[in-house]
Every structure is written in structure tokens, then in C-alpha cells.
Design a protein around this ligand. Structure first.
Ligand SMILES: [Zn+2]
Ligand SMILES: [Zn+2]
Length: 137
């Protein structure tokens, strides 16, 4: 598979369809309490520039201000959890599970691992941070 292939995705009902044209380094799993509630488990995200995500359909896209610093996007019809958007950031986090298969992506690391649910373990040997990952160099 070409590594420069764009990443199409969408929600369960098709009310939200998008194309992410810039491929990320990989997937980051966030175990914070907000992601766990929003996704029903940990959040698996790619991070891409906002201006590289193009919507084919967004009629049911709904934004919820989940904290003082961010909004979360979901489908108001089928309930799929889709996006995390930090205030003032040029990037948007896209739920990896919303991407069409195959993505060709791999999981890079875990963040907010110390906030993970007590009903599962993280044992894949990937990088693990108790808060956010350090900024890339
Ligand atoms: Zn939907
Ligand atoms: Zn999180």
C-alpha cells in the first residue's frame, strides 16, 4: 500500500464522511478519563493539520465542549465519536476507528496511561507516558 494514500473515514451512519489528506506518523492511544467516557474505552487518535481534513458530508457532525480547552466532535445521529479539537491548535485529532480499512497505520504510544481504566492492562511494549507525550523534536 502506498504510504502517501489519503485516509478516508466517517461515522457509522454516513452522516459524517471525510478525507484526511496528510498521513500522520501513526496512532496514539489516550487513556484519559474524558477519552474513556467519550469513546467507551480509550481513545485511539491520529493527529493531522485541520486544513488537511476535507468533509464530503457533515450534516450530522456535532461539537461538544468537553473541557475548558477543547471540543469533541461526534455524529448527532448514530453517536460515533470522531474528533478532538484543542482550542488554538492547528491540528485536529481524528478517531482512528473512524478511518476506512485498511489504514496502513500502526500504533505508536500510549498517553495518560496513569489515568487508564482499571479493567484492562497495557502490555504491548509500546512507549507509554503518564501525561501527554513530549513534543516531537
Ligand atoms: Zn453517523
Ligand atoms: Zn484523552
Amino acid at each position: 500500500m502506498s504510504s502517501d494514500r489519503p485516509l478516508p473515514g466517517g461515522c457509522l451512519c454516513g452522516g459524517v464522511r471525510f478525507l484526511a489528506t496528510e498521513r500522520p506518523m501513526g496512532v496514539v492511544n489516550c487513556h484519559c478519563g474524558q477519552c474513556r467516557r467519550f469513546h467507551g474505552h480509550f481513545g485511539a487518535y491520529i493527529t493531522v493539520p485541520r486544513d488537511t481534513v476535507f468533509f464530503d458530508a457533515d450534516a450530522t457532525l456535532t461539537w461538544y465542549r468537553s473541557s475548558a480547552i477543547a471540543e469533541r466532535g461526534f455524529c448527532g445521529r448514530c453517536g460515533s465519536s470522531l474528533f478532538w479539537k484543542g482550542d488554538g491548535k492547528a491540528t485536529v485529532d481524528v478517531a482512528a476507528g473512524s478511518l476506512d480499512q485498511p489504514t496502513g497505520l500502526t500504533t505508536l504510544r500510549h498517553i495518560f496511561a496513569s489515568s487508564k481504566g482499571d479493567y484492562y492492562t497495557i502490555e504491548d511494549g509500546l512507549e507509554r507516558f503518564d501525561g501527554e507525550a513530549p513534543e516531537p523534536p
